[in-house]
Unconditional design. Sequence first.
Length: 225
Amino acid sequence: MPGKSSSIKTRAARAAYVDKRLAALYPETPIPLKHDDAFTLLVAVVLSAQCTDKRVNEVTPGLFALARTPEQMMRLPVGEIARIIRPCGLTPQKSKALSGLSKIIVEKHEGRVPRTFEELEALPGVGHKTASVVMAQAWGVPAFPVDTHIHRLAFRWGLSDGRSVVQTERDLKKLFPREHWNALHLRMIYYGREHCTARGCDGTVCEICRTLFPNRKKAVRVRSK
């Protein structure tokens, strides 16, 4: 561990420390969203927009009891989907998206979740972050989905300038080995939830913030996404 009297000066050195420390803290990287296959993962990630994983995991069993395949989901009335997923918020948008993406998967992809970013991002309710999660966790394709936790940590740790989640993703992909991306993005989420939280740490409190910037005195305000 570096000395307490000086910061770790370069982005590359900070990234190397973060990579090693998070791997030690979280050797296992289970996906927080409960799912059984690529489709149920896709549904769960769509529902997770502006909603906690805990809430999504409470809602999806009821939804999947009625529709756990694209064929079943497209036949389920949008109003019924909305009734079930209401606790997740953004109900009209999400219910229509789940119905619409299921129909497209059945009609254009033979009932199988697409395996490319382009095809996934063409689905209703599926943006780059959602597509990245599915590509990484369902298909094992290296990706670095950036959520609010990762965006916050990358800025606090001096790994990105925080201008946008798009820039943060670019910076992190340059800093970390490609083969580490899929596990590392989950490790950053775990750490952001447990230690370097939005309110519990201001860039000066948690172990990694204090190690990387031991002389930092002022709170770090994360820029808007």
